[in-house]
Design a protein around this ligand. Structure first.
Ligand SMILES: Cc1cc2nc3c(=O)[nH]c(=O)nc-3n(C[C@H](O)[C@H](O)[C@H](O)COP(=O)(O)O)c2cc1C
Length: 408
């Protein structure tokens, strides 16, 4: 007999169980990725910018939040689904946009998009992703969101054309990344000479030789490019040409006036990503954004940014009744629940999905989604909550504030 839709076959269950024993949490996937990737690739994924202060701050903010459990409800079968932008998603988390995924593993974006489509969770494709918009649109027609950086040259001809292509594919949610007004300074990338064009020095060459499976993948698939940008580069562009174009043409410094122009042209849902200041949340609402993604880019852009979780309640309060989401530092289902208890409608994860695919290949995305779902489910039972919508009523405590109620 075939297993019901969404259930695992017996052999897949055995594989899942074996993997759960080996990778019971994201930290184990990090080590799995480290064993697979040359250290200059691992470094560029793991690190933030500057001294990595914000990477640590993001984690500290999540670890700080205690949830006050309620008991006495008997059997627990919580519902994990959430309603966002007029549709239901099966889980309260999604996959954040990340560029150049194929540096981690060929066809990484394809596999994550497929996993998101199967699990009915949002998948946000980056402007700078290795895979092209049309390819991913075919794989994940129901759950695809598209992230835009500004491409200001030629009065935003490419920006508006990318929006047109996304609209034609049926993408319903457009995400504008606001927190990259300048190129970030990432010392480890400078040390590793990770620049465009990439000219590996002796150290990087040795690292690549030390990771023969990764090297074989790269030799087979070729170097990663930014396929969505191909129509804007003259002639038969190589992947390196596409990355070079992205590096020079992308200038994500959106003005609110430009966000309004985009709003006027985009009929679907509009989300601004990278908002931390409540005043910017008000600006976002004023220009007609439907949602705000509170984010510090996983600590990758500005090394004195506050933790996004710390700013979430204030942005929620300023953002009116629009959707508010959060990313940066989410590493477990427990963190997803913490994010929702602090006011988010949905949480997004970035790096954990790269680690999962690096460690487990094609099935990494499915594996991590199941791991997170199980952790969300367990946490909801532990605190006595039966639906994600009820998480706003959970009492939260900040341990940094001596156990006081976590206040907006
Ligand atoms: C390797 C990498 C590439 C990223 N590329 C993009 C991008 O192209 N566009 C964007 O808006 N955010 C990008 N981000 C930021 C993520 O969307 C997200 O905000 C961040 O990863 C969340 O933090 P987390 O990794 O701690 O979960 C990138 C993050 C990483 C780790």
């Amino acid at each position: 007999m075939n297993p019901p839709a969404g259930a695992l076959s017996r052999s897949a269950q055995r594989r899942q169980a074996a993997r759960e024993a080996r990778y019971p949490c994201v930290a184990d996937l990090v080590e799995g990725a480290r064993a697979r990737l040359p250290s200059f690739v691992m470094a560029t994924v793991e690190a933030g910018c500057g001294d990595n202060a914000v990477v640590r701050r993001n984690r500290a903010a999540f670890d700080d939040i205690a949830l006050l459990p309620r008991h006495g409800f008997g059997r627990c079968e919580p519902s994990l689904s959430v309603s966002l932008f007029g549709r239901d998603y099966a889980s309260p988390f999604g996959i954040a946009p990340m560029g150049l995924g194929a540096l981690v593993r060929p066809k990484l974006e394809e596999s994550l998009a497929r996993a998101a489509q199967a699990a009915n969770i949002p998948y946000v494709l980056s402007t700078a992703a290795s895979a092209g918009l049309e390819t991913i649109g075919r794989i994940a027609p129901d759950v695809l969101w598209f992230q835009l950086f500004g491409l200001p040259h030629n009065d935003h001809r490419c920006t508006f054309d990318l929006m047109r292509r996304a609209g034609e594919l049926g993408v319903q949610t457009l995400v504008l990344t606001l927190d990259t007004p300048v190129r970030a300074h990432r010392p480890q990338d400078v040390r590793n000479r990770l620049a465009v064009p990439f000219r590996p020095g002796p150290a990087a060459l040795l690292q690549m030789l030390g990771r023969p499976r990764w090297l074989a993948d790269m030799l087979r698939a070729g170097p990663p490019g930014c396929e969505s940008l191909r129509p804007y580069v003259d002639g038969p562009a190589t992947p390196a040409d596409l990355v070079r174009f992205a590096a020079t043409a992308i200038e994500g410094g959106f003005s609110w006036a430009l966000v309004r122009r985009i709003r006027d042209r985009w009929p679907g849902r509009l989300v601004v990503k990278g908002v931390l200041h409540p005043a910017d949340a008000r600006e976002a609402r004023a220009v007609g954004a439907d949602g705000i993604l509170v984010s510090n880019h996983g600590g990758r852009t500005f090394d004195a940014a506050p933790a996004s979780l710390d700013m979430l309640p204030k942005v929620r309060a300023a953002g009116g009744d629009g959707a508010v989401m959060v990313d940066s530092g989410v590493r477990s289902g427990l963190d997803v629940v913490r994010a929702l208890a602090c006011g988010a409608d949905m949480a997004f994860l970035g790096r954990p999905f790269l680690y999962a695919v690096a460690a487990l290949g094609e099935e990494g995305g499915d594996f991590l989604i199941r791991l997170l779902r199980e952790d969300v489910r367990r946490t909801l039972c532990q605190i006595g909550v039966s639906t994600c919508a009820d998480l706003g009523k959970v009492e939260t405590r900040s341990m940094r504030a001596g156990g006081a109620a976590h206040q907006p």
